[in-house]
Ligand binder design. Sequence first.
Ligand code: ZN
Length: 87
Amino acid sequence: MEPAIERTPRQPRKSVLRIKCPHCGNDSDFLEVADGVILTTRYHQNKDGSFTQEGDESQILGEIKFFCGECNADLSHFHNRFLEMLF
Ligand SMILES: [Zn+2]
């Protein structure tokens, strides 16, 4: 039996291009590498001397690069598109 509710097929978003490495064709594994990172983590010391992490105030000062996860080609020109498609 078919369900009575009519299912509207989801329209694929137009002009969605998958990022694909032009060197090796990889389109599934990528690396994001940040330069000049200051890792700052805030801790609170509890009464018993133990510590609890309260926050992460890390800052990226340098460039963020984007690489193919297979052949390590620099794909930084795809990084903005990567960020748009990051959910
Ligand atoms: Zn590649």
